[in-house]
Write a protein that binds this ligand. Structure first.
Ligand SMILES: Nc1ncnc2c1ncn2[C@@H]1O[C@H](COP(=O)(O)OP(=O)(O)OP(=O)(O)O)[C@@H](O)[C@H]1O
Length: 223
């Protein structure tokens, strides 16, 4: 679904990584680890064509990113749910309206049944009418996951979704991601949290990638 072939990227005259290859297929669960500044967020952004590589190819759903027009990229992004660490919301809208927003923006009708089921799934039924600033960190992350899932994407890209939340809430979020993965969705989760990865490995078959020193490698089993 998302393939990076020999990708290199630099910001200005500063090379970040090179020779990066990755093939995300239906049902895959990847963790992306590596030291701060190695380029994990950048790699995630390349995966949804928010950035273009300096070299190599990023292919999304069979089409090389460079061949896609702007509206085709927008269509393709509907198949990719992205959860950012700093999950931004529109503060003047309710939590429910924020979660429904991608569907409305895509010009589709929002199913109230789907929305309420999704709120229940992430444990936010009682917070549907709250404004985003009233949410705790864990509630924000779960709302961000619900928003990413609302479009029923094939792939979820999550960038440090547990960065600002406690262990119990991290596990809850992980459980939701594992459930999505069991439904066939591919997951790529960038995280520093090795305890979370160890926990995930007791629940599912996840592969761990490490981005460090400008290259991407499969991490060993000794986590
Ligand atoms: N828009 C940008 N322009 C220039 N440099 C950038 C830009 N965005 C990120 N960088 C730099 O590129 C490097 C990689 O950033 P990136 O956020 O991808 O790393 P990361 O592995 O996700 O880091 P962290 O784990 O701290 O979130 C960092 O040194 C960062 O300062």
């Amino acid at each position: 679904m998302i393939t990076l072939d020999n990708v290199a990227f630099r910001y200005g005259d500063r090379p970040l990584f090179g020779g990066v290859s990755l093939d995300v297929q239906p049902g895959d669960f990847y963790f992306l680890t590596g030291p701060s500044g190695a380029g994990k967020t950048t790699l995630v952004r390349l995966c949804y064509l928010d950035l273009a590589p300096e070299d190599g190819t990023v292919t999304c759903f069979g089409k090389p990113g460079t061949t896609l027009a702007r509206d085709e990229i927008a269509d393709m992004r509907q198949r990719i749910g992205v959860v950012h660490q700093d999950c931004r919301f529109l503060d003047h809208l309710s939590v429910a309206d924020n979660i429904a927003l991608p569907v409305s923006v895509a010009g589709r009708a929002v199913s109230e049944g789907d929305l309420s089921e999704l709120l229940k799934w992430v444990g936010l039924s009682g917070r549907a009418d709250a404004r985003p600033p009233e949410l705790s960190g864990g509630e924000r992350q779960r709302a961000a996951l619900a928003r990413a899932v609302m479009m029923d994407p094939d792939v979820i890209l999550a960038d440090e979704p547990t960065g600002n939340i406690d262990w119990e809430m991290s596990q809850r979020l992980l459980t939701l991601l594992v459930e999505l993965n069991r439904m066939g969705k591919a997951i790529l989760l960038a995280t520093h949290d090795m305890a979370l990865i160890r926990q995930a490995k007791t629940m599912t078959t996840a592969r761990v990638l490490r981005l460090a020193g400008g290259t991407l490698q499969q991490a060993g089993t000794d986590l």
